[in-house]
Write a protein that binds this ligand. Structure first.
Ligand code: FE2
Ligand code: FE2
Length: 157
């Protein structure tokens, strides 16, 4: 098996995040679910958005993909607001009444967002990113963390 490309790693993260949300949602119908899969998925989605916006979108914009990147940044803003609401709900360990609706909203957003990235933006990464940029992004995908206080571009004032 060859080394995973940046595009493959980002796509894998989409599936892992979806999987965590699904695991939690399935457990939710059965009563008091373990919040672990969801808190891991929300943290993973924040980091995924951080890596895209800081390391992937700038070179894609520079290569002319300004409009699709603009749309993705706007959608990240919508998702980030749901993540904030979910993290607020989960903070005290209990699952509030608004959680199922927030999860549905997040799943809807992801179902519309991820295929656009996978079909339009990720296929450009091999061409657009320099070998050094690809190496850096691969390392960050492996072990990077979202910097404390980092907020997605659409919600910065
Ligand atoms: Fe994204
Ligand atoms: Fe993505």
């Amino acid at each position: 098996m060859g080394i995973e490309t940046v595009a493959e790693a980002l796509e894998r993260e989409h599936h892992e995040i979806d999987g965590g949300i699904e695991t939690f949602s399935a457990a939710l119908t059965g009563g008091a679910p373990d919040p672990g899969p969801l808190t891991r998925a929300t943290a993973a989605l924040r980091r995924h958005i951080y890596l895209e916006e800081e390391f992937l979108f700038p070179p894609l914009r520079a290569a002319g993909l300004v409009m699709p990147v603009f749309v993705m940044v706007r959608e990240h803003g919508e998702m980030w607001k749901i993540l904030d609401a979910l993290d607020d709900e989960l903070r005290d360990g209990a699952v509030g009444a608004s959680v199922p609706g927030l999860l549905r909203d997040l799943q809807e957003q992801l179902a519309a967002h991820n295929p656009k990235e996978e079909q339009i933006l990720y296929p450009q990464t091999e061409q657009v990113l320099s070998p050094a940029a690809k190496g850096e992004l691969r390392e960050l995908l492996e072990a990077g963390r979202t910097p404390a206080g980092w907020v997605c571009e659409a919600l910065r004032s």
